[in-house]
Ligand binder design. Sequence first.
Ligand code: HEM
Length: 392
Amino acid sequence: MQLSSRAEAFDQWIRGSFVAINTELEELYFSAADRFRVEGVGDALKAKLRDEGHVHVVGLLKEGNTGDGFQSGFNVLGNVGLYLGALRRHELTNPAREERSPFPEASSLALHVGASLGMAPRFATSHLATHNRAIASVRKSFTSLPDEFLFIDENTRGILALQTAADALTRIVHIGVSSPVADVLFSTAKRALEDVIRFNERLFAQLDVERFFFCVRPYYKPYRVGRLEYRGANAGDFSGINEIDLLLGLCRANDPYYANLLVDKMSFMLPTDQARLRDCMTRTSLLDELLELVGEHAHSDWFRRNAAAYLEVCDLFGRYAAHHHDALVRRFIEDPATRLPQGALDGITASGPPLQVLIRSLEILRDMRIAADHGTIVSRHLDLARLRRALG
Ligand code: HEM
């Protein structure tokens, strides 16, 4: 990757001093009686973070050169985004009390680079996950706290495995769901989903609730860039998860709820992911393909084999979705949030809506993915039941 010397210097600062200052601030907040208190704590450190970062941002803005090619621009966008995310975390900016970002230079840089890449002008999940380049094994992060590395690493492993499952299912589209060679692709998807479940169970068991809630999650809050407020990054901002939804047929791109969600996340994804998702939206799902065939071929060996493999993939995907919601979201967000004083809840979610609204929308997604059998959502419960019946 070719970076200008200014972009390189900013990158080194983000990987060095930036991490050290954030870590020191986290230790100050965390050791205080009121862990929630940020304002008035560590003011000198916060000023150092703001001023050191500002020098890099102004240099890059003057250079007006977002770098040579996509990778370099993407890297600058991630770095200015991490900087703004940290300023938000330390309450040096707060969208609720401002009409525009108090950091016009960082905003201009992010807007310029983001628009040139076709991405939202803030850091995205890919900056900290799939495209977080390790140097001598050290990847970018806000702090050097072990819980943050655990979170970033397990998220990334989960995303990589979901991408593998999505790739395998996409390949089935091209050979058709009745093909005898679909077997290898279904097995790849199954193994990948088993991996995701394993990683998420490990994260559930190992991540410290308090550290995550107080020291990791706050960096994912929404913040303003220029006038507009942008929601925080979340592990779902890649196309693979939606490719799985659509290809399995559990969610549909013409469902208004689901389509809204796709539109919302487009600019938070890499342009290559945006193209994959658009392409996927034009395909017939594997479920619809199987339902076309079930009447005539339910007794054929090939149908029974492939439909059974399809159902196993759906079951595993449903298990992943239920675990994300009922275990991860509950343990690391919902439960600790109940212990907070009223008013302190504002802005704890990455997407911005009040917690109960967010939880409800995640519940709807879970229910679509497990094809739940209740009247309040449109799920494929009846269609899956028809396939299961056909297989006896
Ligand atoms: C401590 C662990 C985790 C917690 C507490 C958590 C919580 C959340 C929350 C609250 C959201 C909604 C975004 C928002 O705040 O607006 C979300 C979205 C999402 N997360 Fe997680 N998450 C965790 C780990 C993971 C992992 C490891 C994966 C899988 C790789 C994952 C996949 C997703 C996906 C795909 C979405 C987008 C919504 C969807 O399509 O389901 N999450 N997560």
